[in-house]
Design a protein around this ligand. Structure first.
Ligand SMILES: Nc1nc2c(ncn2[C@@H]2O[C@H](COP(=O)(O)OP(=O)(O)OP(=O)(O)O)[C@@H](O)[C@H]2O)c(=O)[nH]1
Ligand SMILES: [Zn+2]
Length: 219
């Protein structure tokens, strides 16, 4: 939902185009609305939904809820639908010739299940084998966060992070693992409060070399 006339960073454009090519982009339709127009319309629709649930929106605790939800959707939990919010990426030339695995463990992951719009809560681990470039460490967390701030299924989220990093680092040798609890499984439906889901997306040597794969998957 990138706004019309938005100028995207080069990184954002490269990542978006790689995801489209691979068929991994979140299904979206073009929209010409600005973020403010989007918030105004979401607020109105939220007001209608809450009214339909017989809530009294004149109560001071509920009065601002439609606006709060609209802001939360556009600026926070679904902000990753807009590539204008793609993080600024610092890629550094690998002058030191570092050629061992770089692995970031236990990245906090909070997303939203696209089937029920409830929370997905977990951890991500991301690794790569540097070639030409290395990336600022926090940028890995930020890329996970960006794609998590969308309605998601865990499988797509895992692959989007893989392809984004492969594109920015110009190497296939990237691995992503996510462990998460889905609140659509925990707090409703089957009401299972103990299960969690693990997904992995492995590229290049992480897929082809059993030792590298094992080193990544062992914590
Ligand atoms: N593969 C996958 N499934 C997910 C994810 N998040 C939620 N789901 C599942 O999406 C499915 C939607 O199934 P439906 O039968 O259409 O929905 P439902 O009637 O609410 O299903 P229940 O959750 O079983 O009550 C459920 O089985 C969810 O557990 C995810 O990240 N990946
Ligand atoms: Zn769900």
């Amino acid at each position: 939902m990138t706004s019309k006339d938005a100028v995207l960073s080069e990184s954002a454009q490269l990542v978006q185009s790689a995801l489209l090519t691979r068929g991994l982009e979140t299904p979206m339709l073009p929209s010409e609305l600005s973020a403010d127009e989007r918030k105004d319309q979401i607020e109105q629709h939220m007001r209608a939904i809450l009214n339909l649930m017989s809530l009294d929106l004149t109560d001071d605790s509920l009065a601002d809820t439609p606006r709060r939800i609209a802001k939360m959707y556009v600026d926070e939990i679904f902000s990753g639908l807009d590539y204008q919010n793609f993080p600024k990426i610092t890629v550094i030339e690998n002058k030191m010739g570092f050629d061992e695995m770089i692995k970031v463990n236990d990245i906090s992951l909070t997303s939203t299940c696209e089937h029920h719009l409830v929370t997905i809560d977990g951890l991500a681990t991301v690794a790569y084998l540097p070639r030409k470039n290395i990336i600022g460490l926090s940028k890995i967390n930020r890329i996970v966060q960006f794609f998590a701030q969308r309605p998601q299924v865990q499988e797509r989220l895992t692959q989007q992070v893989l392809v984004a990093l492969q594109t920015l680092l110009e190497t296939k040798d990237v691995a992503v693992k996510m462990d998460a609890v889905h609140y659509c499984v925990k707090s409703r439906g089957v009401m299972d409060s103990t299960s969690s889901t693990t997904t992995t997306a492995l590229g290049g040597i992480f897929k082809s070399n059993p030792a590298t794969r094992a080193e990544f998957l062992s914590n």
